[in-house]
Structures are given as C-alpha cells and as structure tokens.
Ligand binder design. Structure first.
Ligand code: F6R
Length: 611
C-alpha cells in the first residue's frame, strides 16, 4: 500500500514523478505529495488523488532534477493535507516518503517528545524521519550512517526515500518488507514501488532486497547492507511493454483486464499445457516432484481473491490428486502455530507478490521446513523471490484494484499444478487427464464467447443496481465462485453482498429472502445441478429474485430465473474459469450504474503491504 516514486538525473523531476504516481495510484489514493530538490527543497502535498495535487500547484516552482513522490493509503492518521507525504524533518533539511508501518513508532515518538520535538502530523513516518535527523545531529554523522543506525532500532515494514537539502542530486532509499525497484538509465535513475513509473525510460532494473540501502545519484547507484558493506546491484531486464499498463481505449482498467482474459489464460497455458501428448511442463513444480509424490497434504495460503482461487483449487486437487488440502487465510495462519512438518508443501498464491500477511505466513512455514511453491503474478516480487520454486501466472500488470484477470490466471496455473501432481502420483487416469487437458485448452475461446455478448449483463446491471443487498450461491467448484462474485460486487459498487454454499442457505440465509433480494445462483450443469435447481425453487417460493449463471440452453435452469446469463458448457472442474466472468462484469456494470470509481474503490489499495 502507498506508492513511492523517485527520480534523479538530467531531466525535470516533477513530470516524471507525477506520471509515476498516476501509475501507482492503484496502491492508495488518500493523499498525494512531491518533494523537489534543487536550489531549495520544496514539498507540495494534498489530500485526495494525484489530480487534486496537480490542480493545486499549477503556479508553484516545480523545477529541479531530483524528486520524490508519494500516493498514500492511510494507516497512521486520517487522510489530510498534513498527514500526506513527503514529510519534512524538524529542521526542514530532510524530506521523506514512506510505504509501510513503523510498529514501534510510539516508543520512538516518546523519546523525541522528551527531547522537545514537535510533530506536525499524526504519522509514524514523521517520527522515523525526525529520529533519523536526531541521530545525524547527535552523532555528527552522514545521513546514510544515521539511516543505518535508525533502521536497526525500527520494527515494522518500510520503504523510505529521503532527500537532503545539502545533497540535491541524491536520493537515499532503504527497504524492509515493502517493495522497491530502481530503474537504471543513462545518467539517471528512477525509483518506484514497482517498475511501472520507469517503463518508458528504461527496461534495466534492480530489485532492492530487505535490509538494503541504496544511495542513488544520476551517475551512480551504490547498494549497501545495513552493516555498510557494498553489494553488487543485480541488474535485470524487464519484460513488460508500456501498452500493458495503459488503458488501451477502455474506459477503465478493470474492464480492459476483464476483456484481456482470453489472452491472459492463453498466455498462462502456453508452453506448459500439451494436450496432444497429454503432458504439462511446469519446471518449478517439477523440481519438487519427489516431495509432491510423497506428500500427504498441501497447505495453500493467500488473501482475498487469491484465497478464492486457492479454495476453488482445493476441490480440483482433492478430486485429481487425492490429497488432503487446507486453504488458509494468510492473516490467520501467521498468528497461529500451524502444524507444518519439514518437507510439507505450502502453495502461496498472490497477484502482487507483496501482500504482507502472505509474506509473513510464508516466513513462518519456511522456518518450519516447508517447501514453498509460489503462484505469483508480479515477476521478481518478494513472494516470488521468497519461494523455493513456483509458477508465474503471466497475466501481465493488473492495475484495476479489484482483481479479475489475475484470478483466472491463478486458477489456470493451479489447475495445471493439480493435473501435474495427479500425473506424478498416478491418481488420475490418462483418459480423464487427456479430456481435461483438451477442455482446458478450449477455455480461452469460451471466455471470448462470453465476452462477445455483454448486453444482457449490462441490462441486468441496470435492473438490479438499486438493490441494497445481494446473496450469491454456488455449490462444489462453484461455491468459491459465489464468494468471489460477492466480493467483486462489494468492492466495486459498495452493495452489501454475501456468498454462501447453496445448500447452506436453508441453515440461515434463507431468512433474508424476500421479493427485494437478488440472489445470484451459479447453476451451471455439474454433479450438483439438480440440488442447485431445488435451491432455486426454494428461493422462488419465497419470491426471491433469482439471477442465474446457467449453461447455454439449459431450459430447466433458465425457467427458474428472473434473469440469467448463459455460459458455454464445460467440464465441472473447469467451469469456474467461465462462471466467474459474468460475475466480474455484473459487478463492473453495477458499479458504473452507481457512478462508483471502479478502478479505485474507496478505502482499498491494490497491494496490501501492511497487516
Ligand atoms: C480483491 C483483491 C484482493 C486481493 C488480496 C490479495 O479484488 O484484489 O482481495 O486478492 O488483497 O492480494 P494478492 O493477490 O496481491 O496477494
């Protein structure tokens, strides 16, 4: 959460920093600010999105070829001008931005208050900044040294970028637990929470690791550890095109990303799925073939939508691999004392690869000797680097805050992993596997077909947008899809929505059903079909408004619906990859009907780097 940008080089820093912040707004948009160095150190900041800052500073002095910028997701202190970053130190000499949380900030604040410091904001960031300045002053040391000393006292997660008025061409950066990428240009350097702010300038990047400090000047990048030893920056080449992070004619990133799914699923299968010869190539997974053959169980850890992908995969793994699977919320797992034995397999699922709870849960499992397999979208992210092996989802940058294409890519990868393990364990017949592989291959075309007929979805969105609550029901493979549909609607339209296993309805939620309540039932043809049709009857008998996700031409289901959206027929194991698409679109169009900012829903951020 929070996006950070920095630039030092021969160009004007301000436009580069502002453009970078717009790219990182998905990480938080409660307030925005920039600090520019040059003849003087200037800080401009404002509550609200980047556009509000831009409007407020048109007549200001914006020159300077070194700058840092921040887009905030509030943790300590309400969203306001004064809590916006960058913060200035007490002397006005240093400016700092921060992504993360300083957990022991109140202890540090007390120390500083006792020395007479006063604070202009409620943030942990201003505390850390003044703590650094205090050390610099007391020890008469360099800023770099003061940062090193200060960070040894800090608990929590951070990426910080600092500018010192006396070193106007230098940015000092440090990280622990939050992401930092440095772009290496010709006589210039770029810093960002991810690579998107630097894509049009350079493809050469360095991913900074935890407990590292970077001293960044136009001509020089010095990387050190907290023990002041010099490290050799490992420069990697980015494999992302600029078009991937632009809207490309769509009104919103979310819509673009929904429509990208035939391609992203295809990209994810490409080179891995060989339906003709009945094989799957997943080199990361194959490295651990022996452990996977012997395993008694697999633990999956994830949050939010990624957790839903894990939950859907649980059904597939159990069916195909005859393995015991536990799907855990990373935020719960990290604080329990989970039973993990050396050699246990833990699958960590994350789009961003930076989710704080998932990171700590991985550390926890790793410390107990588990083998960590990552299913991650962002290449080079912390979770990807922390995993022993894994498989990237190859969905490309996902910028809309609500996850869509990353979910289907996760599900496609997890399905392939399940098939691979099933093959290794001989727990699936070659005939059934061959059928499933061919079916999986046909999924992108079926998604394309759903996306070619969005008018009924738009109509349903219009018809139901004013409802106060929604219930989503599904059974078996489609229960997690009901959860995911409900989550999408909540996030995008702020309508209360609950997902439930269809058969559990009669144990409570049926009390909610009246002639006002839309109930979205994922009712495609599968082994539970007749049962789900009975649940639909039960809702109708209570005058509930059934919106069905049904298999094309399934008259029996269609007759039970007030409205319906049809999807092509598919094997029940793969149907979730199709059924979620109309639910994503329904949430999107209801959000649009309600005038919501669908790409940046209130209170949310894309990359949840705080716990
Ligand atoms: C919902 C959504 C979130 C994320 C969750 C985990 O649309 O995007 O629920 O799925 O914050 O994020 P990652 O997958 O980046 O670990």
């Amino acid at each position: 959460m929070c996006g950070i940008v920095g630039y030092t080089g021969g160009r004007d820093a301000y436009p580069i920093v502002i453009k970078g912040l717009k790219r990182l707004e998905y990480r938080g948009y409660d307030s925005t600010g920039v600090a520019l160095a040059g003849p003087s150190l200037r800080v401009y900041k404002k509550k609200g999105k980047v556009a509000s800052l831009e409007e407020s500073i048109v007549r200001k002095e914006l020159g300077g070829s070194t700058g840092i910028g921040h887009t905030r997701w509030a943790t300590h202190g309400e969203p306001s001008d004064r809590n916006a970053h960058p913060h200035l130190s007490a002397s006005g000499q240093l400016a700092m931005i921060h992504n993360g949380i300083i957990e022991n900030y109140s202890q540090l604040k007390q120390e500083l208050l006792s020395k007479g410091y006063q604070f202009k904001s409620d943030t942990d960031t201003e505390v850390l900044l003044n703590f650094i300045e205090e050390i610099k002053h007391n020890n008469a040391c360099s800023l770099e040294e003061a940062i090193r000393i200060a960070l040894k006292r800090v608990t929590g997660a951070y990426v910080i970028l600092l500018i010192d008025q006396d070193m106007p061409d230098t940015i000092i950066a440090a990280r622990k637990g939050s992401p930092l990428v440095i772009g290496v240009g010709q006589g210039e350097h770029f810093l960002g929470s991810d690579a998107s702010p630097m894509l049009e300038y350079t493809k050469e990047v360095v991913y900074v690791n935890d407990y590292e400090l970077a001293i960044v000047k136009p001509q020089e990048l010095v990387l050190k550890n907290l023990g002041n030893e010099r490290l050799t920056p490992y420069v990697q080449k980015l494999d992302i095109e600029l078009a991937a992070i632009e809207k490309g004619g769509y009104e919103h990133f979310m819509l673009k990303e929904i429509f990208e799914q035939p391609k992203t699923i295809f990209d994810c299968l490409r080179g891995r799925l060989h339906a003709e010869d009945g094989t799957i190539t997943l080199s990361g997974i194959e490295q651990h073939s022996e452990a996977l053959q012997k395993a008694n169980r697999i633990v999956m850890i994830a949050c939010g939508t990624s957790w839903h992908a894990g939950l859907t995969a649980e059904y597939i793994f159990e069916e195909c691999c005859r393995l015991n699977v536990e799907v855990e919320y990373a935020s719960e797992f990290r604080y329990r004392n989970p039973v993990i034995h050396p050699g246990d397999i833990v699958l960590a699922i994350s789009q961003s690869g930076e989710t704080a709870d998932t990171l700590v849960a991985i550390e926890n499992a790793k410390s107990k000797g588990a083998i960590i397999l990552g299913v991650v979208n962002v290449v080079g992210s912390s979770i990807a680097r922390m995993s022993h092996a894994g498989a990237y989802t190859h969905a490309g940058p996902e910028i809309g805050v609500a996850s869509t294409k990353a979910f289907t890519a996760q599900l496609a990868v997890l399905t392939m992993i399940a098939f691979k393990i099933a093959q290794l364990r001989n727990s699936i017949s070659p005939e059934r596997l061959s059928l499933l592989l061919h079916e999986l291959e046909s999924i992108p075309a079926k998604v394309e077909k759903i996306l070619s007929n969005i008018e009924p979805i738009q109509q349903i969105a219009k018809q139901y947008a004013q409802a106060r609550d929604f219930l989503y029901l599904g059974r078996g493979y489609n229960f997690p899809i009901a959860l995911e549909g409900a989550l999408k609607l909540k996030e995008i339209s702020y309508i209360h929505a609950e997902g439930y296993p269809a058969a559990e309805m009669k144990h409570g939620p049926i009390a909610l059903v009246d002639d006002q309540l839309p109930v979205v039932v994922v009712a495609t043809k599968d082994s539970y079909h007749e049962k789900v049709l009975s649940n639909m009857q039960e809702i109708r008998a209570r005058k509930g408004r059934v919106i069905g996700i049904v298999t094309e031409e399934d008259q029996a289901a269609i007759e039970l619906c007030e409205a319906y959206l049809a999807v092509p027929a598919a094997d029940e194991m793969l149907a979730p990859l199709l059924n979620v698409i109309p639910l994503q679109l329904l949430a999107y169009y209801i959000g649009i009907e309600k005038g919501c900012d669908v790409d940046k829903p209130r209170n949310l951020a894309k990359s949840v780097t705080v716990e």
